[in-house]
Design a protein around this ligand. Structure first.
Ligand code: NAD
Length: 497
């Protein structure tokens, strides 16, 4: 554990502490366990950070329990809102540092992090800050009396976060958890933990009492598993892959039946009808598969295009995919960074290779990307059969699978023929069609004439095997609260009068 300095945007120094953050203090992990963090742009080692062990998880839970019973109780609901707003102000102030860190260890383009991930995080903090003093129950009448409900915090909660948009997804959990009055332990992704080492310093500066927000980097199977199994943790919110989501549910079931919410993978469909504004549809469908190199749970990785415009669409789509500027995500002018690690690059390339070997028509790809680091060229395949692996499985890379359709009924059936149900996009100028199709799609979110837009006040989450529970929007609060019913029975007067 130590203070280190990294070179951020335009070479400006970014300082972080690499320790575990428990009780508002940075501290070494048990046995001084560390894990190495790599820069995906170069493949070189970037930093070592403390790696939480089971004993460290116990310490963090004890700190969060003490805060929940003590200092945190003394903070009023409006006070919780003020702290969240203050944290938003500090994130805005240090946006360059946070975006630099996301570029350095997650390969996210600096400008994208600053223009999208960071404002999304601060909007979410401010949205839930507003909710902190508005969590009211209901008054209900019952025979001979009345009842009311109280919406109460759950206690010590945990969040396990993936590497693809780490700050934003952390805030999706932290903001409603804190607004609801819980204390929290965040298990950051081992591949991109540096943003949170900076966030921890801002938590102290914002004035949160010790133990309210604890941040641990560590391996999923060690620190993440320990949180999922912990009897002191009352809720775990997870964003990540389906197999790990299932492990978390099992651990919750076999420990204390803690509340679980899961935000899992996706295989989003983008549907382009012939009456759509073609330029707009091209912009959003290309963005839907190239944003963050397709390492987006809501990625529009299946694109269904009506037969009437199919050929024109393919040509223009391929041009757009070829137009990216790959390079160092910290450099201005770069529009495409590396993918997260060598394993992810190999996984994506294996899907591309599979498609080529299966004889699926490639319409984009093979453009030049830097040889160092973990870069993958954008790729698109056309006439992809329904049962092809690239049409069914989540690739989490910049690989689009495109197919032609003739009728609305046919495309709805194709779009719904997946185990996932996170996000889908419809492109049409016909309001009736937009209404019919968005109603028929089995998806937690449907966007019309755009793709993937996130707003703090609109719920986001999946159906089917994309999970359950919601981030953002009023609905997210349900995941961090429990309802207590209090009943009053009115006694008659003692003398019966
Ligand atoms: P992952 O499941 O491998 O890891 C996610 C987190 O879980 C990491 O912090 C990891 O350390 C931890 N983890 C791993 N094993 C664990 C265990 N046994 N117990 C507890 N925690 C454990 O996922 P990833 O590769 O980091 O992220 C990519 C996946 O995340 C994709 O499937 C993507 O679709 C999904 N994702 C979903 C959303 C959403 O909102 N639905 C958003 C982003 C990413």
């Amino acid at each position: 554990m130590s203070e280190i300095q990294l070179a951020g945007f335009e070479g400006r120094p970014v300082r972080i502490n690499t320790g575990l953050f428990i009780n508002n203090q940075f501290q070494p992990a048990t046995g001084d366990a560390q894990l190495e963090v790599e820069n995906p742009t170069t493949g070189a080692r970037l930093a070592s950070v403390s790696a939480a062990q089971r004993e460290d998880v116990d310490k963090a839970v004890a700190a969060a329990q003490a805060a929940f019973k003590g200092s945190w109780r003394a903070v009023s609901p409006a006070g919780r809102g003020r702290l969240l707003n203050k944290l938003a102000d500090l994130i805005e102030r240090d946006a360059d540092d946070l975006a630099s860190l996301e570029a350095l260890d997650a390969g996210i383009v600096f400008g994208d992090s600053k223009a999208l991930n960071i404002p999304q995080s601060t909007e979410t903090l401010r949205y839930f800050a507003g909710w902190a003093d508005k969590l009211s129950g209901k008054l209900l009448s019952i025979p001979q009396g009345y009842a009311f409900t109280r919406r109460e915090p759950l206690g010590v909660c945990a969040a396990v976060v993936p590497w693809n948009a780490p700050l934003m997804i952390t805030i999706w959990k932290l903001a409603p958890a804190i607004a609801a009055g819980n204390t929290i332990i965040i298990k950051t992704p081992e591949l991109s933990p540096l943003y949170a080492q900076k966030l921890a310093a801002l938590v102290v500066e914002a004035g949160f009492p010790a133990g309210v927000i604890n941040i641990l980097c560590g391996l999923g199977q060690v620190a993440g598993q320990a949180l999922a199994e912990h009897h002191g943790v009352k809720k775990i919110a997870f964003t990540g892959s389906g197999p790990v989501g299932r492990e978390i549910m099992k651990a919750a079931a076999s420990s204390n039946l803690k509340k679980v919410t899961l935000e899992l993978g996706g295989k989003g469909a983008s549907i382009v009808f012939p009456d759509a504004d073609l330029d707009n549809a091209l912009f959003w469908t290309a963005t839907g598969i190239t944003a963050n190199n397709g390492q987006v749970c809501a990625a529009g990785s299946r694109i269904y295009v009506h037969a009437k415009i199919y050929d024109a669409f393919l040509l223009a789509f391929a041009e757009r995919l070829a137009g990216s500027a790959p390079g160092d995500p910290l450099a201005s002018g770069t529009t495409k960074g590396p993918v997260i690690c060598a394993r992810q690059r190999e996984k994506i390339q294996a899907y591309i290779q599979y498609a080529k070997e299966a004889g699926i028509r490639q319409v984009a790809g093979d453009s030049t990307v830097p040889a160092d680091g973990h870069f993958v060229a954008n790729a698109a395949f056309a006439d992809v059969p329904d049962d092809a692996r690239i049409m069914r499985e989540e690739i989490f890379g910049p690989v689009a699978s495109i197919a032609k359709f003739q009728t609305e009924a046919e495309v709805i059936e194709k779009a719904n023929a997946t185990e996932y149900g996170l996000s889908a996009a419809v492109f049409t100028n016909d309001v009736n069609r937009a209404q019919r199709v968005s109603e028929a799609l089995e998806s937690g979110q449907v966007t019309v004439n755009c793709w993937g837009l996130l707003h703090a006040n609109t719920p986001f989450g999946g159906v089917k095997q994309s999970g359950f529970g919601r981030d953002m929007g009023e609905e997210a609060l349900e995941g961090w609260l429990t309802t207590k019913t209090v009943k009053y029975f009115t006694l008659p007067t003692a003398d019966g009068k």
